[in-house]
Design a protein around this ligand. Structure first.
Ligand code: FAD
Ligand code: MLT
Ligand code: ZN
Length: 458
């Protein structure tokens, strides 16, 4: 049986897209920077179908690239420029949309890997709970992709990254075998935690097909403040001062005038406090009861505050959040950015922000630098417009490594940063990770070129 026939038998011919026009939207990533050619796009609807697709590809020796919502920002979910000219099958998980009933006792739910974040969150809230990870791509990003990249987002300081939400994983291996541990046991020490090994594996070890996810308490009392401060050091100081006074801080984001100007222009909205600060902090507090008074009192006690606007109604909160969440789109409308997603030790964030303009100007004198990010994790999104990717990437990642930071804080390595992995991981660690990859995927068929540079074909 040919591969095409085996794939059609596995998922149904209508879910094997061969025609170029039908494949196109899947073959380019969200940023528009990464694109490639797939032999076909295949859309399985169950773990069993995923397993059959993988077994057929293994039999034929054809590589497979896994794609969820295609909102990844490091090129990991689209075909790469395969040196051997061997186009992969693009396995898209968005038909894996099973959503089981929430278990209130366990505070867990089983979800298909293709379930969108927004759908999961709504499902949790309808059961009186909530989901601990949130990010602006919530309408498109899938829970499988979010585990595969160990996504962070805007609530990490309260609930951790995606890895911390995983209570169990079902996945199909490159040869078609399936591993499954979805009981969500509170305690289970029976050898290596293979499920958590898949968190952050970026499609290189297995295809996650279903997840057992932890849920958190739903807190309907919310208040948001948008605060102008003198500079990044003052922003770090403000967060520390607020944390000493407020128990329920659920988000702390950092912006600057350059990004806010692009957002105001993109959305056609006025930016409150524009030009009044050297940095801006968006703080959200979540609790069972309305925390507005507590937030106002805490802000009044912080001398880092130059000025602030505070919101408690859902509409007003959304308006302030849009100032932060529209950065990605506004920057992409302004051009094709080199996107870097870095983190440094908390005490060195101001040093990084201060050193970036010169580091970028030396590498790309005409470049426009736009930074923003997740203040609580000292995670900065460094976007550089009008610049050669290689030059500025090397300059910025070398600066970050020199400050003891990470070259990828939450987006993953993908194809974009594979050749820089050694800046954040030791040679011994990379050799060990390659050995794990070889154990899971001995033929190297899953996401070649993601996380590790593609070795020259034997
Ligand atoms: P895809 O982009 O389809 O794939 C991402 C990676 O995961 C690829 O390597 C792919 O091969 C692999 N993969 C996908 N599904 C599976 C699976 N089932 N099994 C195994 N591997 C799989 N990210 C953050 O961390 N924090 C943010 O705040 C954030 N904000 C964003 C805002 C915007 C506007 C956009 C466009 C993106 C943002 N992202 C953010 C990036 C992106 O949303 C995350 O990386 C997300 O986890 C990707 O999920 P996805 O389903 O789109 O995966
Ligand atoms: C964000 O925090 O908005 C995302 O990580 C997306 C980005 O970095 O552009
Ligand atoms: Zn982010």
């Amino acid at each position: 049986m040919t591969l095409a026939a085996a794939l059609a038998a596995a998922v149904g011919p209508e879910h094997v897209l061969i025609d170029r026009d039908l494949r196109a939207s899947f073959e380019t990533d969200w940023t528009g920077r990464f694109t490639g050619t797939a032999r076909a796009v295949v859309r399985p609807a169950s773990t069993g179908q995923v397993a059959r697709v993988l077994a057929a590809c293994a039999e034929a020796g054809v590589p497979v690239v896994v794609q969820g919502g295609n909102t990844g920002l490091v090129g990991g979910g689209v075909p790469g420029p395969d040196p051997a000219g061997d186009p992969p099958i693009l396995l898209v998980t968005t038909r894996l949309t099973e959503l089981c009933a929430v278990s209130p006792a366990a505070r867990q739910v089983t979800a298909g890997a293709g379930v969108r974040l927004a759908a999961l969150a709504a499902h949790a809230r309808s059961a009186g709970l909530d989901f601990g990870v949130d990010l602006a791509a919530r309408d498109s990003a899938t829970v499988g992709g979010m585990v595969a990249t160990n996504a962070g987002g805007i609530k990490v300081l309260r609930h951790g990254s995606m890895r911390e939400q995983v209570a169990g994983v079902e996945a199909a291996l490159a040869d078609g075998r399936v591993i499954s541990r979805l009981d969500g046991l509170a305690k289970d020490s029976t050898g290596y935690d293979l499920g958590h090994l898949l968190a952050g594996s970026e499609g290189t070890l297995a295809v996650i097909t279903r997840l057992r996810l932890r849920l958190v308490a739903r807190e309907d009392g919310r208040a948001v403040a948008f605060v102008a401060v003198r500079d990044t050091a003052a922003a770090v100081g403000l967060l520390a001062a607020l944390r000493a006074r407020l128990a329920g801080i659920s988000a702390a984001e950092l912006c600057f005038d350059a990004g806010l100007t692009l957002v105001g222009r993109h959305l056609g909205v006025p930016v409150p406090l524009a030009g009044t600060g050297g940095a801006y902090v968006l703080i959200e507090v979540a609790a069972q009861a309305d925390p507005l008074d507590d937030l106002l009192a805490a802000l009044q006690a912080c001398d880092q505050v130059i000025d602030a606007t505070v919101a408690s109604s859902a509409t007003e909160r959304a308006r302030l959040w849009q100032l932060r969440e529209a950065h990605t789109e506004a920057i992409s409308v302004a051009g094709l950015p080199v996107k870097l997603d870095v983190s440094v030790p908390a005490g060195r964030l101001a040093e990084l922000v201060g050193a970036l303009p010169e580091a970028v100007a030396v590498a790309a004198p005409a470049a426009q630098l736009v930074v923003f990010g997740h203040l609580a994790e000292a995670n900065l999104h460094v976007n550089i417009l009008q610049a050669d990717a290689g030059e500025v990437t090397s300059a910025v990642l070398a600066l970050v490594a020199g400050l003891g930071g990470s070259i990828s804080s939450e987006h993953g390595i993908g194809r974009a940063k594979a050749r820089y992995l050694g800046l954040s991981r030791s040679q011994a660690e990379i050799e060990l990770m390659r050995a794990v990859k070889a154990a899971f995927d001995p033929l190297g068929l899953l996401n070649p070129g993601v996380l590790f540079p593609v070795p020259p074909r034997a």
